[in-house]
Design a protein around this ligand. Structure first.
Ligand SMILES: [Zn+2]
Ligand SMILES: [Zn+2]
Length: 248
């Protein structure tokens, strides 16, 4: 019975592939039946962020650092967030995958990272938070794109979590900013300054908040969000992103 079910499913999949041939989201070669979204070669190129990484900004550090190290830029710039988590390096093929997700409007490609989200959602760390807050998009950009990738990630985390963590849209983006990826570092700080505001101030005081975003480059966006949440009395603000650039 079980065997038949599996065979039937694989038959359906083969039939679907014949009708709709799939190609790799990164290198575009046609996928074989066992591959979903990415070819095996591209999957293998996704590089995990190995420890030690900076406990504040999740930036990978030299191998001799200890597990509680804080990187040089975090020591001098003292970001407003308390701790950061990121899973993979923001480099190829991950960059192309996120480009496809956001500009190709393919939110389902986030499933490539589902296992990482599942593991994190069941880790002891996540139980320290009262609220998960997706980094918002400007309403006009979300309308154009049809979704906010940070919300899709937050929702996946909440669904996987046994405690059914609460997602709270505490922030709104009031300023239409340029995509951070197109700006040099100094401009990125200016670009996001004053770009967000708090929608529900009464729900911030004393709270432990996990900000969720897709990609962290300089960290300016999550830092700006953490700043206004702290000003409103949040006790702790951490962030989680799927990908992080190696340098800023
Ligand atoms: Zn590929
Ligand atoms: Zn750091």
């Amino acid at each position: 019975m079980f065997g038949f079910g599996v065979r039937f499913q694989s038959y359906l999949r083969s039939a679907a592939r014949l009708l709709y041939p799939a190609s790799c989201a990164a290198c575009r070669i046609p996928l074989v039946l066992d591959e979903t979204y990415l070819c095996i070669a591209c999957s293998k190129k996704i590089e995990m962020i190995k420890r030690p990484a900076c406990v504040k900004c999740a930036r990978p550090m030299a191998p001799y650092g200890d597990q509680r190290s804080v990187c040089g830029p975090c020591r001098s710039q003292r970001p407003h967030y308390d701790r950061g988590f990121a899973f993979v390096l923001y480099q190829e093929p991950t960059q192309t995958v996120f480009h496809q997700i956001k500009y190709g409007k393919k939110p389902w490609l986030l499933k490539i990272f589902a296992q990482l989200l599942l593991t994190f959602s069941r880790s002891p760390e996540i139980n320290a938070y009262d609220r998960i807050v997706p980094v918002p998009l400007h309403v006009q950009r979300e309308r154009e794109r049809g979704f906010n990738q940070a919300f899709v990630i937050a929702r996946t985390l909440a669904r996987f979590n046994h405690r059914k963590l609460r997602i709270d849209h505490l922030l709104i983006k009031k300023k239409m900013t340029l995509p951070q990826s197109r700006l040099p570092r100094t401009e990125r700080l200016k670009n996001v300054r004053g770009a967000f505001s708090i929608k529900k101030a009464s729900r911030v005081r004393g709270q432990h908040i996990l900000l969720v975003d897709d990609v962290i480059t300089t960290g300016s966006t999550v830092n700006e969000c953490a700043k206004i949440l702290k000003e409103e009395g949040a006790a702790r603000v951490d962030f989680l992103a799927i990908a992080r650039s190696q340098t800023s």
